[in-house]
Design a protein around this ligand. Structure first.
Ligand code: CMC
Length: 389
């Protein structure tokens, strides 16, 4: 096979050059366009971060106002999208609905395949970031059997999402500012994470020069999996299954025996700590001030404490990742578990689209087409069906 390198899962292969997100796994560093995640989580907003990821610089006030205006006026979806979402089974997984509906947007915007036109790319970028919360909220209301709530364009990005999810009366929905801010922080933390599985999927599919809705649908599909965005849902299912502190010891033994994984622990790149997990723990406290403490927090804290002192986890450099805590917040917000990965997909859209924009403008980028090491039979003669034993 000549000089071909064998690197299953690309653990040691750079698939692209990127100037968007810097990640130093040994030291727990995460920066978007050079700005530390801690500073962005404290001072910025999700929409400002989305602008930063896409354009490379923080916006001036005028640039931000224009960006926010464009996002706001594109929050509505075509009425037929509503019918499309309504066609799913009553118990459909909202991530499957999101995957289908975001992919379907390509049929509503056929001009999106003009990916070499910068102005066109920006229109689709705005549409994707603006409409993702609407699709997500429609999926949620469909599962709950509740009428859809249209976007409220007087509200900010996270507040409007809360309104589309939770509005119950004709009265205007007033989001609790603490919940709105906590949600904005969660969105900031999830916005991008360099070449993770779903971003790699967006880039790989996008490299065929398909429209960005189809590429992002591939990202949603990748994020659906329990080892990626589905991990927050899996964490909550795991904590519920453990049920009480008394069962933790047996559960941990099962993990160490290789029966299952401790969900929300470990990371391909972070081998010291996940800086997002540190920030999210603080946000957890803020949310619980409003919603009351999630009783599963005690079990989560105890599991983490034991794992952080246990040789199995320490020797493998397994630490809590962002998903270990995010599910606790989502549950406190009253979300069913299968909405959790959807809550990840909404903010990751800005990262996916920023990476897609970078990729389509990268002159070195060709269609993604890895090679393989063939392990099957070599040339042999066909045997007629009646001659086979
Ligand atoms: N629980 C128990 N053992 C684990 C875990 C875990 N969560 N994660 C890794 N290990 C063990 C694994 O069995 C292996 O042990 P050994 O060397 O004895 O065979 C060793 O640690 C290395 O594991 P790996 O599978 O080679 O590590 P990876 O870099 O391929 O996997 C991971 C990274 C995130 C997929 C993995 O740690 C995992 O499955 N974690 C649980 C799922 C999870 O929380 N995912 C969310 C990731 S963060 C959010 C995101 O970006 O999506």
């Amino acid at each position: 096979f000549g000089l071909m390198a064998y690197d299953p899962a690309f653990t040691n292969t750079a698939s692209c050059r990127s100037a968007i997100t810097y990640l130093d796994g040994e030291n727990g560093v995460l920066e978007y366009r050079g700005y530390p995640i801690e500073q962005l989580a404290e001072h910025s907003t999700y929409l400002e971060v989305a602008y930063l990821l896409i354009h490379g610089e923080l916006p001036t006030q005028a640039q931000f106002d224009e960006f926010e205006h464009h996002i706001t006026v594109h929050t509505f979806v075509h009425e037929n999208v509503k019918e499309f979402v309504g066609g799913f089974r009553h118990d459909a997984h909202p991530m499957g609905m999101l995957l289908g509906s975001v992919g379907a947007l390509s049929t509503f915007y056929p001009d999106a395949n003009e990916i070499h036109d910068p102005e066109n790319r920006m229109i689709q970028t705005i549409r994707l970031i603006a409409k993702m919360p609407t699709l997500a909220a429609f999926a949620y209301r469909h599962v709950m059997g509740m009428p859809y709530v249209y976007p409220d364009n007087d509200l900010k990005y996270p507040g409007n999402f809360l309104s589309m999810m939770y509005k119950m009366t004709e009265l205007k929905y007033e989001p609790d500012p603490r919940l709105e801010r906590a949600l904005d922080i969660l969105f900031i933390l999830h916005a991008d994470h360099e070449q993770n599985c779903s971003t790699n999927a967006v880039r790989a599919v996008g490299s065929s020069q398909v429209d960005p809705y189809s590429a992002v649908a591939a990202g949603v599909g990748a994020l659906y999996g329990p080892l990626h965005g589905g991990a927050n849902e899996a964490v909550l299912r795991m904590l519920k299954r453990i049920g009480s502190k008394d069962n933790i010891k047996d559960f941990m033994q099962g993990v160490k025996d290789g029966n299952e994984r401790l969900m929300g622990f470990g990371h391909r790149v972070y081998k010291n700590f996940d800086p997002r997990a540190t920030i999210i723990r603080k946000a957890t406290e803020d949310v619980f001030e409003v919603t009351g403490v999630n009783p599963l927090l005690q079990i989560a804290n105890e599991v983490a404490k034991i794992a952080l002192e246990d040789d199995y986890f320490v020797s493998r450099k397994l630490y809590p990742n962002v998903d270990f805590y995010s599910g606790l917040i989502y549950e406190a917000l009253g979300l069913p578990m299968d909405m959790f990965p959807v809550m990840f997909a909404i903010p990751r859209t800005s990262g996916w689209i920023a990476q897609w924009l970078e990729m389509v403008q990268d002159k070195e980028q060709k269609i993604a087409r890895p090679r393989q090491i063939y392990t099957g039979e070599r040339t042999r003669d066909y045997v007629a069906l009646d001659k086979r034993s």
